[in-house]
Design a protein around this ligand. Structure first.
Ligand SMILES: [Zn+2]
Length: 317
């Protein structure tokens, strides 16, 4: 064979090899992935935190969307038709429950016209049914108490141990709806729970070392976090749930803060911080604007709250 022919042969052979070893497997992978994506369970969650739990446990077996954005208040959401469109295709609608989403969830659930995700169906999930809650009101709840949470405080995800309980319920729901992927869900759930549990001791140490003993928050969103980390909550900036602060309430808070030497105000990022700034001016307390729903990862959410307590301890503004 002449040199030229050898080169020609190598070229052809190379092309064939490229087709055999690169192009065909790539095409197969692409087809495989798109089939995989079609087979994934479609999950719609009301909050980014709940969405992150499903993503952590489900991996690529689920396609997860959140109705509320990262810094959006999940108590009050406009029931947009676009949410109903998202829900129409869903295999599972996951809510926090305990009436957190009571003002809007029913509207988009019914509007979706998807029988799989209605109340009582396997495709509807309420995390709050699987977690022990605090602050369940005694006696009758009426409007004079503000938008009080009638089944207890629904913001349990900021207690890492309760978050683990919710993750276990997420795992059970995914296994129920997609039993063929059971092993994947069990493994991923176990790994995620371990990742949370392994950080608890250090978080507790850091909070203790910060020297912060007590705090003021805007809403009761942080009560589980405060309890879990052994802090004391002195008061809320809102006088009643869902009611903006009055001058009289702020004056009362200033007195209380001075009395109890409160140096830390945690203002949830989805609430106004005007009153917190006023309290800061008068009392010299440190204000931290804190996220209370997952922005990226769950452990990062708790970590950022611990960092805020540390910043309060140092008194940085
Ligand atoms: Zn609330």
């Amino acid at each position: 064979m002449s040199r030229l022919k050898v080169r020609e042969f190598k070229k052809k052979g190379g092309r064939q090899l490229w087709v055999a070893y690169v192009l065909i497997p790539t095409l197969l992978l692409t087809v495989g992935f798109s089939l995989e994506a079609r087979g994934a369970l479609k999950v719609v969650a009301t909050t980014t935190t709940l969405a992150s739990f499903f993503q952590e446990v489900g991996g690529d077996r689920v396609e997860v969307k959140s109705i509320t954005r990262k810094n959006q208040d999940p108590h009050y959401v406009e029931a947009k038709p676009s949410y109903m469109v998202i829900l129409r295709q869903a295999d599972l609608f996951a809510s926090v429950g305990l009436d957190l989403e009571v003002g809007w969830i029913g509207l988009i659930q019914r509007g979706a016209k998807n029988s799989r995700i209605q109340e009582g169906q396997p495709g509807f999930f309420e995390a709050g049914n699987h977690v022990e809650v605090i602050e369940v009101p005694e006696g009758k709840v009426d409007r004079s108490q503000g938008d009080v949470h009638p089944y207890g405080n629904p913001h349990f995800h900021l207690d890492p141990m309760r978050a683990i309980k919710a993750v276990q319920a997420v795992e059970a729901k995914l296994v129920e709806l997609d039993p063929k992927s059971k092993e994947i869900y069990l493994k991923r759930s176990k790994d995620f729970q371990k990742r949370i549990a392994s950080k608890i001791d250090l978080w507790k140490k850091r909070v203790k070392a910060s020297g912060v003993k007590n705090v003021i928050t805007y809403h009761k969103s942080l009560n589980y976090f405060i309890r879990f980390f052994g802090l004391e909550k002195i008061g809320n900036i809102e006088p009643k749930p869902g009611v903006p602060p009055t001058a009289k309430h702020i004056i009362g808070l200033i007195k209380l803060m001075k009395e109890k030497k409160v140096l830390c105000i945690l203002n949830e990022s989805y609430f106004e911080d005007t009153a917190a700034r006023r309290l800061q001016k008068v009392t010299g307390a440190h204000v931290e604007i804190v996220d209370v729903e997952v922005q990226s990862y769950y452990t990062e959410l708790i970590d950022s709250l611990v960092r805020s307590i540390e910043a309060c301890g140092k008194g940085r503004n």
